[in-house]
Design a protein around this ligand. Structure first.
Ligand SMILES: Cc1cc2nc3c(=O)[nH]c(=O)nc-3n(C[C@H](O)[C@H](O)[C@H](O)COP(=O)(O)O)c2cc1C
Length: 217
């Protein structure tokens, strides 16, 4: 089956893209509302794209009525936000935060999630998240009915039990993120495996890097 994306209605493109590009990590994005409470919304148009500068990206579309979502309104105003990664412990609460609440609703409080003020940005993070990334807006790229937000990570807070004793790598037995598949389907990273290059790889790579012998003229 073949789909001409230049002719396909946006809702069909959405269905196909999100059905096949997955699992997508979920950012539970917390922002500060104008009246000072914490707003939280899950975003799976999300990923990390660079470490220097450390850039994460969110894709935020408008609501059905064309109005901007609270998350984007808050990000535009404060120029700051926090990405909270999601595991099974907070998955049910994450779904509650995805409900289209009125602007003055404190979603973490509604979902039973405890928060604490971020260290470097004007937002709160979820205390039980495995990992919180405090971000400052690097730039916002506006499209009709959506915005792509590039955020520079300025601080990361990791739940202690998610790291190895040296504090360098995740402990895969405790850090098992939940990601979005298609529609209402999700997956948890509880069946991880190692995939290593074959032992010959080093020799193959060295051979590629070696200068090719000079040809006689
Ligand atoms: C798992 C999940 C992922 C989502 N990903 C996105 C996304 O990437 N972009 C988006 O605009 N909305 C996304 N949504 C919908 C928003 O979370 C939802 O519209 C929410 O009510 C927005 O809240 P806000 O108005 O407080 O920002 C997602 C919802 C769920 C449950």
């Amino acid at each position: 089956m073949d789909f001409d994306f230049t002719r396909l209605p946006p809702e069909d493109r959405y269905r196909l893209l999100t059905n096949f590009v997955g699992p997508r990590p979920i950012a539970l994005v917390t922002t500060r509302s104008e009246c000072g409470h914490t707003n939280a919304a899950p975003m799976s148009f999300f990923n990390v794209f660079s470490q220097d500068p450390p850039i994460v990206i969110l894709g935020i579309q408008t609501r059905g009525d064309g109005n901007e979502k609270d998350t984007l309104v808050n990000i535009r105003r404060t120029q700051e936000f926090c990405v909270n990664m999601v595991d099974m412990e907070i998955a049910d609460a994450m779904i509650l935060c995805g409900i289209n609440f009125a602007r003055d609703v404190d979603e973490p409080a509604f979902a039973g999630l405890e928060t604490s003020d971020c260290r470097r940005v004007d937002a709160a993070f979820l205390t039980r998240t495995p990992c919180a990334m405090e971000c400052r807006v690097e730039r916002i790229i506006d499209f009709p009915r959506r915005a792509i937000v590039l955020g520079e990570v300025v601080e990361m807070t990791v739940r202690d039990d998610c790291l190895d004793p040296q504090g360098r790598y995740v402990d895969p037995t405790t850090y098992q993120p939940v990601a979005r598949l298609h529609a209402d389907n999700y997956i948890v990273a509880d069946r991880q495996f190692e995939l290593k290059k074959p032992v010959e790889a080093e020799a193959w790579e060295a051979a590629q890097a070696a200068p090719s012998p000079k040809k006689a003229v």
